[in-house]
Design a protein around this ligand. Sequence first.
Ligand code: 7RM
Length: 635
Amino acid sequence: MTLKIKSLTQYKNTYRESVQKPEKFWAAQARTFQWRKRWEKVLDWNFDEPDIKWFIGGKLNITENCLDRHLKKSRNKIALIWESNDPSQPHKEYTYGQLYEEVCQCANALKAMGIKKGDRVCFYMPMVPELTIGVLACARIGAIHSVVFAGFSANALADRIKDAQCKMVICSDYNSRGAKNIPVKAVVDEALRKGCRSVKTVLVQKNTGESIRMKKGRDRWWHDEVPKRKKACDAEEMDSEDLLFILYTSGSTGKPKGVVHTCGGYMVYTAFTFKNVFQYERGDIYWCTADIGWITGHSYIIYGPLLAGATTMMFEGVPTYPNAGRFWHVCEKHRVNQFYTAPTAIRALMAQGDEWPAHYDLSSIRVLGTVGEPINEEAWNWYNEKIGKGQAPIVDTWWQTETGGILISPLPGLHKLKPCYAMLPMPGIQPCLMDANGKEIRKREAEGLLCIKFPWPSMIRTTYGDHERCRQTYFSTFPGMYFTGDGAKRDSDGAYRIIGRVDDVINVSGHRIGTAEVENAINEHEDVIESAVVGYPHRIKGQGIYGFVIAGKKITNAAKFKKEVHAVVTKVIGPIAKPDKIQVVSGLPKTRSGKIMRRILRKIAAGDTANLGDTSTLLNPEIVEEIKKSAAQAV
Ligand code: 7RM
C-alpha cells in the first residue's frame, strides 16, 4: 500500500526526499499498485512543448487496481453507498464484489455496442450509481470518458460531444433534484440535433421513469443492454500514458478546453493524496458531496477512494432538500468519518441557522474538507465549531481540473491549522510565487502568482485536439513552469493561502466560468450590442456574475430585460452561468487598443468606486463616470 504519513516530522522528511529525488519517491508509490508490466523509466519531461510522461512503458488497467485487486481481501466490503435525493427511499450499497460484476457487465455491453479502446464516450447524467459504473466500464475497456455536468445546456453539451467526437452518449431519463424532476434525455436529443454526427448510440438509464422519446436504431435502454451481460470482463491493457479521460473546463477564452489525464500517473497520485489528505483508515465511511461532473468527483468520489479500497458515498440530492439538515442527517445515518464539501455549501447552510447541525449526531466525523474556492474566515469557523465541534481538523485542499489531484493541503492532525490557509505542498509538489516580471520571489513571506516548478504524476498532459492551447495557457506565461492562474500568499512558515484567479475566470459556487463564455452568450440576445462580464463578491456563492451590457434599443423594463438575458445564457451555457446583476450602459471603458479595462468594471461591480486607479490610458475616460452613476440602477 502507498505510504501514509503519520507525523509532522515524517511529512517534513518525506517532503524533502520527494523533491530531492522525485523519481525515486514516485516509483516507490507506484510499486504498490498492480501493473501488467513494470515501467522502464519513471519520468520524461519538458515544460516547453509541454511533453510529460510518467511510468514510461508501464502497462496497467486502473480498474484492476480499483476493483480486482481488492476482491481477495474485501469482496464483501462496501465499496459504494448511494443515497437518494428522496430521503424516504432506501439507500443502495455495492460491495467490491458487486461493483466489480456490474462494471464488467456494463463493459461487456459497451463492447457489444461497438465501443473499443480509444473511443470517446460522453456521460450526461445525474448522481446515480450507473454513472460510476459506466465511467469504470469505460476505463475497463480502454474507452475514454468525458463526463459533462448535467446542468449544462444542450448547446454546451453538443460543443463538448463534437470536440471529443464521442461515439456514444450515456444519460438518464430525468434528474430528480430536490422537489423537481429535470429532463435529461430531452436535452441529449436536442444536443444531437445540433450535428453531433459522431454519436452512434445513446444508452439511457431509467431513473424517474417518466416518459421520454426513444429514437429507433440509436437509443437503447441500460436495463435491456447491461444486466444480461457476463459478470466478468478482461481488462484492456493500457499504457501508462494512454488517455483515461477528458474533462472540459472553462478558461479565459470563449471555448472550454478538454483537459486530458492519462492512466498511470493519475492512478498513483489520486490514490496517494486520498489516503494522506483524508487519513483514511480501514472501515471508514468517506463522503465527498461534489458532482462527478467536476474533477473533484472523478478524483475523490470514484478513483482515489476505490484505489484505496475505501467505502465511498454518492449523494443524488441537494443540501437543502427536504430541508437544510439533509447533509447532517446523512452524516449521522451512515456514521460518516470524512466529509468533503465546498465553501459555497457551507455558507448556504450556515445562513440557515445553527439549529440544523445541532439536531444530529456528528460525532463520527474525524476529518472535514473543503475545495473549489477560497473559504472565508466566518465559514471556516462555523464549519470548525458547528460541524467539527472543534475536534475535526479542516483540510482546505487547493487543486484544479488540470492538476488531477490535491496539490496543497494540510494533513489532518499533523499540521497546525491556520484558518483559510491551504497550508503546505503535498510530497513531490514544488510550488513557487512569481512576480509580474516573471521572476521568482525568493522571500518567504510574499504574495505572487502561483506556479509549479516540477511535474507531478497526475498533471494535465494536453488539451484535447489542441496541444498548442495547452502550451499557451499553462506553460508560456512563465517559461519552464506550470502556471495555475491563481494568486497566492506565503507566510513566514512557508504556508500558502490561495487568493483566487488572476485571469478572466469567475469562480461561482466553486464552478469555473469564463467571462468570455458568458459574454458570448449574452451577446446572442438580439438587442445586445456588446457586453462585459466580471466577478464581484457574493455572500453565498463566493463570487457572483456581473454583466455590463450595451443595448441596441432603449431598455424601459430592466427586470424584463434581465429575464431575457437569463434565458439566453441558460440556453447557451446553462443556469449556472446566469448573471446575478445586469447593468445597462451606453459604453464600456476601453484602452486605445480596444481592450475592455475590466479592472475598473470589477471595482464598480464591487461597489468600490472611491479609487478607480489610473484611467488616463482609456480611449473614453468619460464613460467611467457615467457607469459609476448608473450602477445603482443595476438589477
Ligand atoms: C478542484 C477544483 C480550480 C480553481 C483554482 C482556484 C479554485 C480550488 C481552492 C481554490 C482557494 C481552495 N478544480 N480553488 N480549490 N481556491 N482555495 N482550496 O475546484 O478546476 O474546478 O477549479 O478553483 O481558483 O484555480 S477546478
